[in-house]
Ligand binder design. Structure first.
Ligand code: S3P
Length: 171
C-alpha cells in the first residue's frame, strides 16, 4: 500500500505522515526532505539560487523516481507538488491512495503566520498580506488537490486525530 498525503503548506502532511508510518509500520518519505538530500541544498537555497522553475522540475523528477520504486510507503508531498507537470495524474495512476488534507483559509493563515520562515513562497510576506495570498493560492490549487481519491478535513483537529481518522478508514 502506498499513501500519498497532499494539501496546502502547513496542513500537517509531514507530521501526519510520520504518525501513520509508525502505526501502519510502513516507511515514510517526505518529498521535500528527499529533494534536500539529493540536491544537498535546503529548499530555501534551491529557490534562491536556482529559482522556482528548477525546483518544480526536480520535484517532478524525484516524485517519479519515488513512485517508480513501487514500494509500500507513506509519501508526503510539498504543498505545490500536485499543481505542476502531470503530477496528480502520475500519482493517481500509480496504484497509490492520494489523500487531501483539507483546511479552510483561516486555519491555514493561522498556522502559516507561525511557520513562515522555512517557506520561500511566503517568507518575505508581512503577516497582514498572508490572508489574501492564501485565499488566492488555495483557490488556484483546489482544482488539483480535489483530484485526490480521499479528503480529510483538518480544521479544529489535532494532527493525531486526523492520523487516527485516516487509520480507521483504511482499516
Ligand atoms: C511549497 C511547499 C513547500 C515546499 C516549497 C513549495 C508550495 O512544502 O515544497 O516551499 O509550493 O506550496 P510544504 O507544503 O511542506 O511547506
Amino acid at each position: 500500500m502506498r499513501l500519498v498525503l497532499l494539501g496546502y503548506m502547513a496542513s500537517g502532511k509531514s507530521s501526519i505522515g510520520k504518525k501513520l508510518s509508525k502505526t501502519l509500520n510502513i516507511s515514510f518519505i517526505d518529498l521535500d526532505d528527499y529533494i534536500v538530500d539529493k540536491e544537498k541544498m535546503s529548499i530555501t537555497t534551491i529557490f534562491k539560487e536556482k529559482g522556482e522553475i528548477y525546483f518544480r522540475n526536480i520535484e517532478h523528477r524525484y516524485l517519479k523516481e519515488i513512485l517508480e520504486k513501487d514500494e509500500d510507503c507513506i509519501l508526503s508531498l510539498g504543498g505545490g507538488t500536485p499543481c505542476y507537470a502531470n503530477n496528480m495524474e502520475l500519482i493517481n495512476n500509480s496504484d497509490s491512495i492520494s489523500i487531501y488534507l483539507q483546511g479552510s483559509v483561516p486555519t491555514m493563515v493561522k498556522r502559516l503566520i507561525k511557520k513562515k520562515a522555512k517557506r520561500p513562497l511566503i517568507a518575505s510576506l508581512g503577516d497582514n498580506k498572508i490572508p489574501e495570498f492564501v485565499a488566492k493560492h488555495l483557490f488556484e490549487r483546489r482544482f488539483f488537490y480535489e483530484q485526490a481519491k480521499m479528503t480529510f478535513k483538518i480544521d479544529g483537529k489535532k494532527k493525531s486525530e486526523v492520523a487516527d481518522e485516516i487509520y480507521n478508514i483504511l482499516n
